[in-house]
Design a protein around this ligand. Structure first.
Ligand code: MLT
Ligand code: MN
Ligand code: ZN
Length: 300
């Protein structure tokens, strides 16, 4: 199985267009200190030919340009992307669908809850009916979006997208609106969980023994954004478990057998983004990789 990290940053990317926090500033000044990163998306293939795109970020046009594996290969019009899967309805995971509108057939997969929020917005009709099929997938049902690649969606603690929040907001609920994907090919397993509010016993059991885990790396500590002085929201309020500190993912997953541990969906305020920082050293010493754009994993 081929895994290509197209975008490793959380919503906003790195640098974020309007942000002068020290990390965004460094990303503009010195790429050897902070590598710029695009927003959250991966591509997965059983054979390197046919790919499943998981999440469609606002930066998708740049991502498809930067990665030759994503270029058209045959005839006048072609894409190696056979299917697109959404793990939630966040802007950083759905806005890129608007770029995939040039009459290219593919199938769009997601839970009914996620697809409903996309379908409710008519701007997404640019993916024309009859060209882009939309296929709702029930939780815990194994399906095959690309020949030779099997996927199972499962609920993880989360919340509705920011743009759908209202007075009924519940954080940490396990529903169809925030899911992880277990992706299998050639006898190898990848768990992709870019958003998760809490590590539960169920989640640990689910991912035990995977060859690779790509996990929510939004914040180092629950109060990253407050420490950075750019906002008042905690990781919990945004539906993201911190890497470290109380209930952090590194400690919570330390006793789970996992081949490669990789943080993705990293917010621009997270100190692990600074090369050589104490925070980077700490997570690497715990056996984790901090993803960057273009990182590939080959599971065989
Ligand atoms: C998140 O991951 O918390 C969301 O992408 C936030 C957002 O939609 O801006
Ligand atoms: Mn996000
Ligand atoms: Zn910033």
């Amino acid at each position: 199985m081929h895994v290509l990290i197209l975008g490793s940053a959380a919503g906003g990317g790195l640098p974020q267009w309007n942000c002068r926090c020290p990390i965004c500033a460094l990303a503009r000044e010195d790429e050897t200190r902070v590598r710029p990163r695009t927003q959250s998306s991966i591509a997965v293939s059983p054979d390197g030919e046919r790919w499943l795109l998981v999440n469609a970020s606002p930066d998708i046009r740049q991502q498809l340009f930067d990665n030759p594996a994503m270029h058209p290969r045959t005839g006048l019009r072609h894409s190696p992307i056979h299917a697109v899967l959404l793990t939630n309805g966040d802007v950083d995971h759905v806005a890129g669908l608007l770029t995939l509108r040039e009459g290219q057939p593919f199938t769009l997969y997601g839970t009914a809850g996620i697809l409903d929020s996309v379908n409710a917005n008519r701007v997404f009709d640019v993916m024309a009916a009859g060209v882009v099929a939309r296929e709702p997938i029930a939780l815990d049902r194994r399906f095959e979006p690309v020949p030779g690649l099997h996927v199972t969606l499962f609920a993880v603690p989360g919340k509705v997208p920011l743009w759908l929040e209202d007075e009924t907001l519940e954080i940490g609920a396990e529903t169809e609106t925030t899911v992880g994907a277990m992706i299998e090919a050639g006898g190898r397993r990848l768990a992709y969980i870019p958003g998760c509010a809490r590590v539960t016993a169920d989640l640990k059991a689910r991912i035990a023994g995977v060859d690779a885990l790509l996990f929510d790396g939004t914040v180092l500590l629950d109060d990253d954004m407050i420490r950075a002085g750019v906002g008042t929201k905690t990781g919990w309020r945004m539906g993201h478990v911190p890497m470290t500190g109380a209930g952090g993912s590194i400690a919570a997953l330390s006793d789970v057998a996992i081949g490669h541990r990789v943080f993705v969906h990293i917010n621009n305020t997270n100190p692990v983004l600074v090369e050589g920082s104490d925070a980077r050293r700490e997570v690497e010493a715990a056996g984790w990789t901090v993803a960057h754009d273009g990182l590939t994993l080959t599971l065989s």
